[in-house]
Design a protein around this ligand. Structure first.
Ligand code: SF4
Ligand code: SF4
Length: 465
């Protein structure tokens, strides 16, 4: 209540409903980005984007150069996969492994070279701030789109939608605004924050290229107010550019497209799964993706590394590590972040609100993983589910105006049609309802399980008809 009043009086951009969990970003928000180069084998999954998985384009025991394409597929919603280090493939090209979210997929094992696995001065070139001479409009929109696809870029906020497809112009659905998402509302995570502080100029160039490709007139960068140094850095880098900076309230899930668009532009995106930001003339791009766009278009650099926050009270050296895709969680935690403390009890792929628990640390970092959170007992929610007391708090706080209690109740009774009538598919699995429920009912987990079950049932049904 007090937070909502403060937001109204402050003039900060905000949306209706949502929650205010503790930020817990202090463990890593001041830790500069460090390059981590693993020595252990990488596992590079073929499924790192929405759309069908890539097919390997290399052979067993083949010497691979850094940045070489190792997987691709001819499909409109896809992104190629590159070798993230120089090295050699194993005897078998493909192995099946569970991803960070538990879903199984094929992956290419790659043994990094002992020397020169990563190009010289890679960190300096990644964080290079010298972008002044770039003129984004000298590139044709189609050229930008082609280079973004060639670079294998997907949304780095977690959605992993191929970026080139998102920015491709569609005369039937024109875009007037490009919204750059620097909210990073998930507690603990600071990877986007650090990139905004350490390479704001690259982000502005990526924003200009994305705006030009999409044909948008207006460009806005949205950042939560709890990142004052990032706001300052981007304001400075944006001097001379026609870019607005929108300072948003620190509120979860501000970084969701369906919350950020109403907060900044006052437009309501139609319900998922069919409604899209495009329906209201907006394209949303994450700040780290914008940085990747600048690197892909101007410097022909593929998406091989990303900044991953390794954090939580269960890890010895929380920080922000520039990590090659395919690095195993175990090696990143152990060798970069100093290993886990004796009190660590749980590892999440992401932050505590949306990150799934990782049962096996041999899973690799993939394009959509921006953080690893290692938690101790005191940081962890203990679910002692009790009966619903009909307080309505889950409904009052759901940012998508759903009725989580009704959906979860229908799922518990395996009434999936009824759950769909209550708009189960529109749920973004943000976890606000579980967080707020006094009866400790893991509502979001029920809904996630219900959606998965529904998908399985649909697939089986299709196979039998
Ligand atoms: S998890 Fe789904 S139902 Fe629960 S608050 Fe978020 S959007 Fe609403
Ligand atoms: S918040 Fe929990 S107890 Fe309250 S109505 Fe929702 S499910 Fe029931």
């Amino acid at each position: 209540m007090i937070a909502a009043l403060r937001e109204r009086l402050s003039g900060l951009k905000s949306f209706q409903r949502g929650i205010h969990p503790p930020h817990r970003k202090k463990y890593s928000e001041h830790a500069p980005i460090e390059l981590f180069t693993p020595t252990g084998d990488l596992l590079i999954p073929m499924s790192q984007h929405i759309g069908p998985p890539c097919k390997p384009t290399i052979k067993p025991r083949e010497e691979i150069e850094y940045g070489q394409i190792i997987g691709d597929i001819d499909h409109p919603i896809s992104a190629p996969i590159h070798a993230t280090l120089k090295g050699k493939t194993a005897m078998t090209v493909i192995t099946t492994l569970p991803g960070p979210g538990g879903k199984r997929c094929d992956a290419i094992p790659l043994k990094p070279s002992e020397e020169g696995a990563v190009p010289e001065n890679f960190l300096a070139s990644f964080l290079d701030r010298n972008w002044d001479s770039v003129e984004p409009t000298k590139y044709e929109p189609e050229e930008i789109i082609t280079k973004i696809r060639a670079g294998g870029l997907v949304g780095m906020g977690g959605a992993t939608f191929p970026t080139y497809f998102k920015l491709k112009r569609n005369p039937d659905r024109p875009v007037d605004t490009l919204l750059l998402n620097g909210a990073e509302c998930e507690p603990y995570l600071t990877a986007d924050h650090r990139l905004m502080v350490e390479c704001p100029e690259g982000i502005i160039v990526g924003l200009e290229l994305a705006r030009h490709a999409a044909g948008a007139e207006r460009a806005i960068i949205a950042i939560e107010e709890n990142k004052p140094d990032a706001i300052e850095a981007l304001k400075k880098a944006a001097v001379g550019h026609n870019v607005e900076i929108a300072v948003c309230a620190t509120k979860y899930p501000m970084g969701g497209e369906r919350q950020l668009i109403p907060a900044v532009l006052g437009r309501t995106v139609p319900s998922a799964p069919k409604g899209l930001p495009l329906d209201v003339g907006v394209v949303v791009v994450n700040v780290s993706t914008a940085h990747g766009i600048a690197r892909a278009v101007v410097r022909d650099q593929p998406f091989t590394h990303r900044v991953v926050t390794v954090t939580g009270l269960g890890v010895k050296k929380p920080g922000n590590y520039l990590t090659p895709i395919g690095t195993k969680f175990s090696e990143l935690i152990e060798s970069a972040a100093g290993g886990v403390t004796s009190e660590a009890i749980k590892v999440l792929a992401g932050g505590p609100m949306m990150g799934p628990t990782v049962p096996n640390l041999n899973v690799p970092v993939i394009k959509g993983v921006g953080g690893i959170t290692v938690m101790i007992d005191q940081e962890t929610a203990h679910w002692h589910e009790t009966p619903c007391i009909r307080c309505g708090r889950c409904i009052d706080n759901c940012p998508l105006y759903l009725s989580p209690t009704k959906i979860a109740h229908a799922i518990k009774h395996r009434e999936y049609d009824l759950a769909n009538e209550f708009d189960m598919q529109a749920c973004c699995e943000c976890g606000c309802c579980s967080y707020i429920c006094p009866a400790q009912i893991p509502l979001a987990q029920y809904i996630r399980a219900g959606k998965n079950q529904w998908r399985i049932m649909q697939t089986k049904q299709k196979a039998t008809t």
